[in-house]
Design a protein around this ligand. Structure first.
Ligand SMILES: [Zn+2]
Length: 231
């Protein structure tokens, strides 16, 4: 094969070329897998997906109801402390792998069906200092993909975070006053059903503070969508 032809072929198939030399590997077991799937089938089978019906009653919704009025609640998977879902979440949040949000979104889209779509999607914001440290908000790729797939408008700037401290820490140390001001709304919305997205639902404290900020206007409603729950 003549050299110019070889170069031409390589350029044309540059993606295949890249795949050959830098193949995608399963984030858990390192097996070579198809591009942008992130996880091999074997590892995917280890995940406990919840398969909830969005509008139906479920444990997550029951839990939320003790904290704030909620329309619907959906969780993609159970958070496994020793398991693979924890590892994926860890990579998404702390190992500079924001694209893992994409695979979580794909898995969600396979399972989440709305009878009635929310009007607006937003996600839990990071404090600007945290955003700078991490370099990205781990929820944004996920949120955008979900919003685009269901054709629901999204606004990741609807709410801003006023304190760097975690909700739980504020609850323990600084008293209720600061806790109540953890978030503030950037623009007034009225009569909207807002779907709030977060990664892991544990105590529900953060979600609750966010929800109440939206529910300050009594004509709004909230539902929640989380990647995993752990309670
Ligand atoms: Zn694997």
């Amino acid at each position: 094969m003549q050299l110019p032809f070889l170069i031409l072929t390589l350029e044309k198939d540059s993606e295949m070329f890249a795949d050959f030399f830098f193949p995608d590997r399963c984030v858990n077991c390192n097996l070579i897998i198809a591009a942008k799937t992130y996880v091999c089938e074997l590892c995917k089978n280890q995940i406990s997906f919840c398969n909830l019906e969005f509008e139906a009653e479920n444990m997550l919704k029951e839990h939320c109801k003790t904290l704030f009025p909620v329309e619907s609640a959906f969780s993609l998977m159970e958070f496994q402390k020793e398991g693979f879902s924890r590892e994926l979440m860890h990579q998404l949040k702390y190992k500079n792998r924001p694209n893992i949000g994409e695979i979580f979104a794909d898995w969600t889209i396979e399972r989440l069906h709305f009878k009635q779509k929310p009007d607006l999607i937003t996600s839990i914001p990071l404090h600007p200092k945290k955003m700078k440290e991490r370099g990205y908000n781990q929820l944004h790729i996920y949120t955008e993909k979900i919003a685009n797939s269901y054709k629901i408008p999204f606004d990741n700037e609807l709410i801003k975070r006023n304190y760097y401290t975690k909700a739980q820490a504020l609850k323990n140390k600084k008293g209720r006053e600061k806790q109540e001001q953890l978030f503030s709304i950037n623009k007034e919305i009225v009569g909207k059903h807002v779907l709030i997205i977060d990664d892991v639902f544990t105590t529900g404290n953060t979600m609750s503070m966010m929800a109440w900020e939206i529910l300050k206007n009594k004509h709004n409603k909230v539902s929640i969508l989380v990647m995993a729950h752990d309670y």
